[in-house]
Design a protein around this ligand. Structure first.
Ligand code: FAD
Ligand code: 2HG
Ligand code: ZN
Length: 478
């Protein structure tokens, strides 16, 4: 089972029988996996921090198959764990006990793309990077981008309401997802796969499933609004002495780059140390306490570079930034981006990692890192801060040589209380999954959580979909 302290008791679901397996094999011939070696990697999360003990991995290809499986599991009272690319960071993507794993990996067909509207419709198991490559050939891009792009799937992105590196420009999936097809717990197919920008015919039901982390239904297809591929992209990597200067640079940047600004991200010198040490990525500029990654995306390279030049001149002469480098060429753009995208990977080599993903008023975000450092002293190996400054979203990560319950007790609830004091969110973009479910009350009122519970009961009366996740234990019906 999962991490001892967090592992909830198994609920009284049925156990998989030989008759159940026979049904699955008839429904999904050759795609009902029970070889423990093959099921193993789907039982463990990307961070290798939680592990389930499922003995069955199902790989449907069609919505109809998903519907048949869920209808059967619901009638048999068998628990199901929907799984996409298994890159989730809160323990939501793997079973806690013996839940059946329902993987969308083989549901990877693109259904349609409208070149005029930019609307893409595809199955949930399409890998984000493959969609990006498909769209780039058609002069478009996905409205989201994240470090896990090579493995995460669009269904998983929608199920977690993933934010990522472009949210500042293109907004959240609550705005860019136009339609969803979802299979409900009892096997009913809910077709909300609209491809309309505007549709006010009553409640916008698809929104319920965006960020529902596999607890309300299995997303089988997505239609999403994709922006045009920008003709001109520049990336700037800058260094600052203080976080206050970094914030002033953000303000200056918004004013001077305006509509071409597409990302404003940061990392601290501790992140840089981990990139240097564990991934051998050299610092592209001189050593500074803070680093900024700014991306511009526009339609006219002369116009964009003129604006960028003016901004950089102002940032340098006003001494907001101490050093910097600019990239326009694709390979250098990628290299600068990897300094930000690969921090998560670098951390995995530093030891056991405790992850926090909070939203706060932007001027507060780094204060949490310095307060945590002071609070923990020498007990932690590294305390690092990075994230999506433009969205007021900090990633605070703390490492130690091994799993350390005493260290954890010093971090939590300190970090949650700190966040609640400034009316922040204890999960800005990764969701609650298994690890954060019981901390929901730091960010949501009791009536709001109770209403979530009622919605869960309405859509999944037997609670078979991703049990033990997202909703706090005190709501769970046994
Ligand atoms: P999984 O990990 O397989 O599943 C995640 C959750 O969604 C689980 O609860 C699962 O049950 C559910 N789920 C998956 N597919 C479906 C479906 N079809 N229907 C219903 N439920 C489903 N997140 C961000 O928000 N921003 C980032 O910048 C970001 N960067 C990352 C970088 C790295 C290196 C890594 C490892 C992770 C990162 N993540 C980020 C976290 C993660 O949430 C995203 O990677 C991604 O959205 C998860 O997609 P997935 O297909 O891997 O889903
Ligand atoms: C990012 O922005 C991801 O890089 C991962 O959301 C953050 O690992 C983390 O804490
Ligand atoms: Zn992030």
């Amino acid at each position: 089972a999962a991490a001892a302290a967090a592992a909830p008791q198994r609920l009284p679901f049925s156990r998989v029988t030989v008759e159940d397996l026979a049904f699955f094999r008839r429904t999904l011939p050759g795609r009902t996996i029970t070889d423990p070696d093959l099921v193993q990697s789907s039982n463990e999360d990307w961070l290798k921090s939680v592990r389930g003990s499922s003995e069955v991995l199902l790989r449907p290809q069609t919505t109809q198959e998903v519907s048949q499986i869920l209808s059967y599991c619901n009638s048999r009272n068998l628990a199901v764990n929907p799984q996409g690319g298994n890159t989730g960071l809160v323990g939501g993507s793997v079973p806690v006990h013996d839940e059946i794993i329902l993987s969308t990996s083989l549901m990877n067909n693109i259904l349609s793309f409208d070149n005029i509207s930019g609307i893409l419709t595809c199955q949930a198991g399409c890998v984000l990077e493959n969609l990006t490559l498909y769209l780039e050939e058609r002069e478009h891009i996905m409205p989201l981008d994240l470090g896990a792009k090579g493995s995460c799937q669009v269904g998983g992105n929608v199920a977690t309401n993933a934010g990522g590196l472009r949210l500042l420009r293109y907004g959240s999936l609550h705005g860019t997802v136009l339609g969803l097809e979802v299979v409900l717990a009892d096997g009913q197919v809910l077709d909300c796969l609209s491809t309309l920008r505007k549709d006010n015919t009553g409640y916008d039901l698809k929104q319920l499933f965006i960020g529902s982390e596999g607890t309300l239904g299995v997303i089988t297809a997505v239609s999403i609004l994709c922006p045009r591929k920008p003709k001109s992209v520049n990336v700037v990597f800058l260094g600052c002495k203080t976080f206050d200067q970094l914030l002033k640079t953000f303000q200056l940047c918004k004013g001077m780059l305006g509509e071409i600004l597409s990302a404003f991200e940061f990392l601290d010198s501790e992140c840089m140390r981990l990139l240097n040490t564990h991934l051998k990525l050299p610092n592209p500029i001189s050593d500074c306490p803070f680093y900024i990654v700014i991306e511009t995306s526009g339609s006219d390279s002369n116009h964009d570079s003129q604006k960028l030049h003016n901004f950089l001149e102002e940032a340098m002469t006003s001494l907001l930034v101490t050093d910097g480098t600019v990239a326009t060429e694709v390979s250098k753009v990628k290299a600068l981006w990897s300094m930000r995208e690969r921090v998560t990977e670098a951390l995995t080599h530093d030891g056991f990692t405790y992850k926090y993903d909070v939203s706060l008023p932007v001027e507060r975000i780094y204060q949490l890192v310095t307060d945590m450092r002071r609070h923990l002293g020498k007990r932690a190996r590294s305390v690092v801060g990075y994230g999506h400054v433009g969205d007021g979203n900090l990633h605070l990560n703390i490492t130690s040589a091994a799993k350390d319950p005493a260290l954890l007790a010093s971090i939590e609830p300190f970090v949650y209380e700190w966040t609640a004091r400034f009316h922040g969110s204890i999960s800005a973009e990764h969701g609650l999954g298994l690890k954060k479910r019981n901390y929901i009350y730091y960010s949501k009122s009791r009536p709001a959580v109770a209403l979530m519970g009622n919605i869960k009961t309405l859509l999944d009366p037997k609670g078979i979909l991703n049990p033990y996740k997202t909703l706090p234990d005190d709501l769970r019906r046994t």
